[in-house]
Write a protein that binds this ligand. Structure first.
Ligand SMILES: Nc1nc2c(ncn2[C@@H]2O[C@H](COP(=O)(O)OP(=O)(O)OP(=O)(O)O)[C@@H](O)[C@H]2O)c(=O)[nH]1
Ligand SMILES: [Zn+2]
Length: 206
């Protein structure tokens, strides 16, 4: 019987997949596209690709919740919107493993505690460093901030270009996908929503 991902001994157990297994898989792909994996220029490529994948998908080893655990309460009662704008990210689509290159806007209205602003970007980074569809990534970022910080509201907008529709398939360049998730006051209060979207739109005009 031909070995498939299901019959291989390491199936579904990432701990048992070795660097050698990954390099073999890359050599298989190189052969399949018509290359000679043993030629000089490609001899180190399987190891490089394995390292690159570790980096692209570092988010599987991260728990985004952890980034939001440390909060600051001495805010003098600050209860207006906190908005981190234009957060660049790169991800990969789960259908083609092709790059998704985009920007995120993450806003929230604190109840009593605020989080270090770098942590909002770290949450984006952790979810982006996994195979994604943009809708899920958008929801995951908003949901985790809502769960851990329990703010008055959370709003997330993501605008991204999907290379799977530009470099292959339908081959449409210059097309972006915009997604948003509004929770709490951003969902129920049109003024909060408008204030947030006005800032996003101002950035999108730049
Ligand atoms: N909703 C959504 N779709 C995505 C995202 N990234 C990629 N896709 C789409 O996922 C779909 C996968 O569709 P399939 O028909 O199974 O794959 P395919 O035959 O490669 O499709 P084509 O890209 O049209 O060639 C494609 O329409 C992609 O454009 C995303 O973040 N969200
Ligand atoms: Zn895709």
């Amino acid at each position: 019987m031909r070995e498939t991902a299901k019959t291989l001994p390491f199936a579904c157990d990432p701990v048992r997949v070795t660097q050698d297994d990954v390099e073999d898989a890359i050599r298989t792909i190189l052969t399949w596209i018509g290359e000679d994996p043993s030629r000089e220029g490609l001899s180190e490529t399987p190891a490089r690709v394995a390292r690159a994948y570790k980096s692209y998908f570092a988010g599987y080893a991260q728990n985004p919740e952890d980034y939001l655990r440390k909060t600051f309460e001495e805010t003098a009662g600050y209860d207006e919107m906190v908005l981190l704008r234009n957060i660049p990210f790169q991800s990969h689509c789960e259908h083609h493993m092709a790059p998704i290159i985009g920007r995120a806007w993450v806003g929230y209205v604190p109840r009593s505690r605020v989080v270090g602003i770098s942590k909002l970007a770290r949450v984006v980074e952790a979810y982006a460093s996994r195979l994604q569809i943009q809708e899920r990534m958008t929801a995951e970022i908003a949901n985790i901030i809502d769960e851990v910080l329990q703010p008055q509201g959370v709003a997330v907008v993501i605008k991204a270009a999907h290379h799977c529709i530009s470099s292959r398939g339908v081959k449409k360049h210059g097309v972006d996908l915009t997604t948003s998730r509004m929770l709490g006051c951003f969902r129920t209060d049109p003024m909060s929503r408008q204030e947030f979207l006005a800032m996003v739109n101002a950035d999108l005009k730049d």
